[in-house]
Ligand binder design. Structure first.
Ligand SMILES: [Zn+2]
Length: 494
């Protein structure tokens, strides 16, 4: 048996995470916390991550900036702290969000795939904030993020929205809940919204923005494109399953549709933050001054980069594992603006507990990122590789070693991931990619660097040995029924 449980590192980890002295920490935490997660959002398709299309940019002038309405994703990245190299432990919604909420890997919290339930005894971010006196609420538009998934633990209010314009419904639901809170005299707030926008199908509807109708569906497409390719599930599943050839113009059309979804979600995020901030009220409230914003994604999207596959659940590559991560509260995060260190979604919970001075209640395998964002160089942060896995069977590590950036994929049983849609997804038994020279991870150079490949395999084995493995992951007939009720009989590939 390759895997074995160990909790010997628990104490050392807690010390490492919470041992920093008060005096060395960044400034006083703000009163409130907003966590925004976007489904299926590739970091490298955001303009703040230097993508070639202005997907997350909205032009503003000085006057608008002064009014506090410059709140597009690129503005958050510019004024906040941008973690350029953040990774998810698994390219699928429920395991990834469970890791963000518990600070633990999927192998440790036991949610290895969509449909597994986060155990009742898990200690979650929302529970810790609730215990600390925060009013807590979660609003989601992915049918998997419902209370029976176990991810509603710790939320006073937890609502899921579906149907047309479900992301707009999330924002409306969140604003309604905020309307019930006394934001001056009442308890501090922890609000989570999860938006579905860039998830399949890629077909962004137009939307009114500032009185003008913006057509996101054609924002980045080529008006001269004459082919039949489109971003519907039917078209993409058929092309993938039946190995139908797509040319460069077809791929460009589909990716442009995905990018339109990203641009649309950027406007929804911006509008939500403007409404939250109160900049349009008779007396602008500028409520972001007392609110920390965390922006992240659960995973990215393959977009035809491996095995002709478009979605995410099968992938063990950076296209899916590399996610955006931004912390925004310029009033207290006054140090570094851009962090290149490898970090993971498991680091989000310990970072927020550390920042808001809330004690953890159980073992956390992520670590606080505050030592990376302040200006106190005395604080130590130990670099380590970013580990991901397909369930507990195929492993993928992103590591910065010997001045280079690498990804190693290790598929010891030569498995094919079995999520929907069916179709070949070949993962080599061992593959090494030089990420700097080959960011899309297309050229396996394992034979050129055998020693390095061995070192990274050993790092995976050591990581596995240190995992405090969860009991067999639970499944729930209740969850299946809830999904069926929401019109989601297929829970394989959300
Ligand atoms: Zn997802």
């Amino acid at each position: 048996m390759l895997l074995r449980a160990s909790s010997a590192v628990f104490g050392a980890l807690l010390l490492a995470i919470f041992g920093c002295s008060e005096a060395k920490r960044p400034g006083t935490p703000p009163k409130n916390l907003i966590l925004i997660t976007v489904d299926t959002l590739r970091a490298d398709h955001l303009s703040s991550w230097l993508y070639g299309r202005p997907t997350s940019f909205v032009p503003t002038n000085e006057e608008e900036r002064g009014k506090g309405i410059a709140l597009a994703i690129d503005d958050l990245a510019g004024a906040g702290v941008m973690f350029r190299n953040a990774f998810t432990p698994r390219g699928q919604t429920t395991p990834a969000i469970a890791s963000l909420m518990t600070g633990r890997s999927p192998l440790e919290h036991g949610v290895l795939k969509n449909g597994n339930v986060l155990a009742e005894d898990a200690s979650t971010l929302a529970e810790r904030f609730q215990d600390a006196g925060f009013a807590t609420a979660g609003f989601t538009s992915n049918a998997l993020l419902v209370a029976p998934s176990g991810l509603g633990q710790g939320f006073d209010v937890f609502e899921n929205f579906d149907g047309e314009d479900r992301d707009v419904k999330v924002v409306t639901g969140a604003m309604k809940w905020l309307g019930t809170q006394d934001r001056d005299e009442g308890p501090p707030l922890f609000l989570w919204i999860h938006l579905m926008g860039p998830h399949l199908p890629y077909a962004a509807p137009s939307m009114l923005v500032g009185g003008a109708e913006l057509n996101f569906g054609t924002m980045f497409t080529d008006p001269d494109y004459a082919g039949a390719a489109n971003g519907s599930r039917d078209f993409l599943d058929d092309a993938y399953l039946n190995h139908k050839p797509l040319n460069g113009l077809d791929v460009n059309e589909i990716v442009a549709q995905y990018d339109g979804e990203v641009a649309r979600i950027n406007h929804i995020v911006r509008t939500f933050l403007q409404l939250y901030s109160g900049v349009y009220e008779a007396t602008p409230a500028h409520r972001l001054d007392d609110t920390a914003i965390v922006f992240a994604a659960d995973h990215g999207e393959e977009l035809y980069e491996h095995s002709g596959y478009w979605a995410h659940s099968k992938s063990v590559y950076s296209s899916v594992l590399h996610v955006p991560l931004i912390l925004h509260h310029p009033g207290s995060l006054t140090g570094r603006r851009v962090v290149d260190e490898l970090v993971t979604l498991e680091d989000v919970m310990p970072t927020l507990l550390d920042w808001f001075r809330i004690a953890p209640q159980s073992r956390i395998s992520g670590r606080s990122l505050l030592p990376l964002v302040d200006t106190y160089e005395a604080l130590e942060f130990e670099s380590r590789p970013a580990m991901s896995a397909w369930r507990n069977r195929i492993f993928s590590v992103r590591a910065d070693v010997d001045g280079g950036s690498w990804r190693l994929v290790w598929n010891p049983e030569n498995l094919q991931p079995e999520e929907n849609p069916p179709g070949d997804y070949n993962i080599p038994e061992l593959a090494l990619f030089d990420v700097s020279a080959d960011p899309k991870e297309q050229r396996n150079v394992a034979n050129d660097y055998p020693e390095l490949a061995k070192r990274l395999q050993a790092a995976i084995a050591e990581w596995l040995q240190n995992q405090d493995l969860a009991a067999a992951a639970a499944t729930s007939a209740e969850l299946d029924a809830a999904l069926a009720g929401l019109g989601y009989l297929e829970i394989g590939d959300e």
